[in-house]
Design a binder for this molecule. Structure first.
Ligand code: CAA
Ligand code: NAD
Length: 283
């Protein structure tokens, strides 16, 4: 069955980006969030980025309005009843995600594929909370979604070949390159990236160098577009901590222990750019 209508659950930085690229690629999109303000902010961000693309003559005014016409928002998850596909992008927490997946399983049409944008949580466990494990899959976009070309497509233990094929196809329609990854903690992207970020935080914690100098080492020394501490702020320090916890618990190896400084910042409510304070101050 062709995918025409997609519900994106979570209108934060990832969900709004996913909704934008889906709508720009011709899909009907319903953006959902429990928080009305977050939903409004997500929709405003999309409009702002599309306006910027018009200003830069990358799309026409008409393409912008066609994209916006394909986008609707709702706080009612039961509206999933007319969708062929869902992409969940809410907080990186297993209990919250499985609660949402149980609701989606109850209200989405039988044929619908339920994807998650989780950064690290086991797809197999998320799938087991539904009665359609063969139609549950990981579709891991990178931040910022409209710019980054990669999507990790992660098969859970029971994900069917049909589901995998439909999602890999969709990634192509979104002009993304997909890679096929098996269900291991952190998948491929965050198993490699997050220990590097965590090590940068340890270097800061141990007084090896300042925030700015650690970032400069990786920017000018390794040609990374952003230093690891800027990148951590950009991703969200809460998300970085959750991912390190998944790696630590999933592999049972102390090399993945989250840096205490990361935990301290998250406990203080310093969640990075989105909260106004992380390793840097934003205002
Ligand atoms: N949303 C949408 N578009 C954005 C954006 C955002 N948040 N931030 C920047 N852009 C766009 C800009 O609009 C700009 O487009 P134009 O051509 O229209 O100007 C373009 O990206 C380049 O931006 P800038 O010139 O302002 O800045 P830059 O050259 O430094 O690029 C960047 C910004 C693309 C974010 C770049 O710094 C970069 O690639 N950083 C690393 C990002 C990265 O590593 N992402 C992966 C994070 S890990 C992850 O996502 C997985 C996970 O599970 C945690
Ligand atoms: P975010 O904090 O920016 O947004 C999360 C949104 O989900 C919020 O608007 C919140 O109101 C909403 N939400 C929470 N519970 C909900 C529920 N039950 N129903 C509907 N909406 C709900 O987070 P984010 O950075 O967009 O991350 C979202 C997901 O994407 C996480 O699983 C994260 O690991 C993953 N991810 C993040 C990045 C990144 O760089 N930030 C990259 C790839 C994947």
């Amino acid at each position: 069955m062709a995918i025409k209508k997609v519900m994106v659950i979570g209108a934060g930085q990832m969900g709004s980006g996913i909704a934008q690229v889906c709508a720009q690629s011709g899909y009907e999109v319903l953006l959902n969030d429990v928080n009305r303000e977050a939903l409004q902010k997500g929709m405003q961000n999309i409009e702002k980025l599309l306006t910027r693309s018009v200003d830069k003559e990358r799309i026409s005014e008409q393409e912008k309005s066609e994209t916006m016409n394909r986008l609707n928002s709702t706080t009612d998850i039961q509206e999933v009843k007319n969708c062929d596909m869902t992409i969940e992008a809410i907080v990186e927490n297993m209990d919250v995600k499985t609660k949402v997946f149980r609701q989606l399983d109850e209200h989405a049409p039988e044929h619908a594929i339920l994807a998650t944008n989780t950064s690290s949580l086991p797809i197999t466990e998320i799938a087991a909370s539904t009665n359609r494990a063969e139609q549950v899959i990981g579709m891991h976009f990178m931040n910022p979604v409209p710019v980054m070309k990669l999507v990790e497509v992660i098969r859970g233990l029971q994900t069917s070949d049909e589901t995998y094929g439909a999602v890999a196809d969709m990634a192509k329609k979104l002009s993304k390159t997909s890679v096929e990854v098996n269900d291991y903690p952190g998948f491929a992207a965050n198993r490699i990236l997050m220990p590097m970020i965590n090590e940068a935080i340890f270097a800061l914690h141990e007084g090896v160098a300042s925030v700015e100098d650690i970032d400069t080492v990786m920017k000018l020394g390794m040609n990374h577009p952003m230093g690891p501490l800027t990148l951590a702020d950009f991703i969200g320090l809460d998300t970085c901590l959750y991912i390190m916890e998944v790696l630590h618990e999933g592999f049972g190896d102390s090399k993945y222990r989250p840096c205490p400084l990361l935990r301290k910042y998250v406990n203080a409510g310093w969640h990075g750019k989105k909260s106004g304070r992380g390793f840097y101050q934003y205002s």
